[in-house]
Design a protein. Structure first.
Length: 318
């Protein structure tokens, strides 16, 4: 019997950080039930903490295909030997960059030695694009409409491409829309066959910020080294007191959000028919509508108020 390789591929911006945190905190619980969790080096430690997920090593392998398939095959051979030696039933990999169709190419040979089970979480595209702008486009100084237009032209997010690539190579492929998942971490533990021991969900990661903060940051892209630089947000997480406004949702106005969902209307209907016919569709449910954009003067004064709160908090710690 082949050991099981559970692969959570994202999609990005679907609570992956929170899911990974849940798995890492409870790595010993996974081991107790026969599963090893991949760490930041794409190793599978038999004991001790698991502090990171394997985004970096996987990105390196994705960038050097097809040669890197040999490296992955060697890693999987070592993993299988470890699982057999210790009487374990399988392993878990969670990395959102595997939602690229190339991820399925990288793992194509794994099915010979593992039973492959894949989980793919997806999100309404208007919500996904708004979240992606805050994660990447904002740091480049792009306004949200320009960013959305660029992503639509690139076909992003490409849920269909991801699903077709992974379904073809996996023994089991599960796609679920976020609005059908009331508790992301419990859903993942259920998928692992461990719903009966699912721990409480950790705090939600990657919180947003008030619109005034986002408006100031997008006008100052020099604060970021590149679109992957999270230093500013990490500092804000430390410095912002709990009562700082964080209502940075609903940034896409109604016309832009409607255009996005119309762009994906046929694809979303097809995805629902093929992958989750019993669950709500991606266009179902409601999203937070954008409020009227505040005047520049209001944005600045609101940001200064938040900055004052932050300075007060910092001075109280000195």
């Amino acid at each position: 019997m082949r050991p099981i390789l559970f692969i959570h591929i994202g999609h990005s911006k679907t609570g992956t950080t929170t899911i990974q945190r849940s798995l890492q905190i409870h790595a010993d619980l996974l081991r107790k039930h026969g599963l090893l969790l991949a760490d930041g080096q794409l190793e599978f430690p038999l004991d001790g903490p698991v502090k990171h997920h394997p985004l970096g090593p996987i990105q390196k392998m994705l960038g050097s295909l097809p040669a890197s398939t040999a490296d992955l095959t060697a890693m999987l051979d070592r993993l299988r030997a470890t699982l057999q030696a210790h009487g374990l039933r399988g392993a878990v990999i969670s990395s959102e960059n595997l939602s690229a169709p190339e991820g399925a190419v990288l793992f194509a040979g794994a099915r010979e030695v593992f039973e492959i089970k894949v989980l793919h979480l997806v999100r309404r595209q208007d919500d996904w694009l708004e979240s992606a702008w805050k994660q990447w486009g904002l740091k480049l100084g792009q306004d949200i409409e320009t960013f959305v237009d660029e992503q639509l032209a690139r076909g992003m997010p490409d849920y269909t491409g991801t699903a077709r690539a992974w379904r073809e190579m996996a023994d089991s492929f599960t796609m679920l829309p976020m609005q059908a998942v009331p508790d992301l971490t419990t859903t993942v533990w259920n998928w692992l066959g461990l719903g009966h021991v699912a721990p409480p969900a950790p705090p939600w990661e990657n919180s947003t910020y008030d619109r005034s903060v986002l408006e100031v940051l997008v006008r100052n892209p020099w604060l970021f080294a590149d679109h992957e630089d999270n230093t500013v947000f990490e500092s804000l997480d430390v410095l912002c007191p709990a009562n700082v406004p964080r209502d940075g949702h609903g940034l896409l106005n109604h016309a832009l959000a409607s255009r996005v969902m119309e762009h994906y209307r046929e694809e979303n209907a097809r995805l629902q028919r093929e992958y989750f016919p019993e669950a709500p569709g991606l266009a179902d449910g409601t999203r937070r509508e954008a409020a009227t954009a505040p005047a520049t003067e209001d944005v600045l004064f609101r940001f200064l108020g938040i900055q004052t709160q932050m300075l007060t908090t910092v001075s109280g710690r000195l």
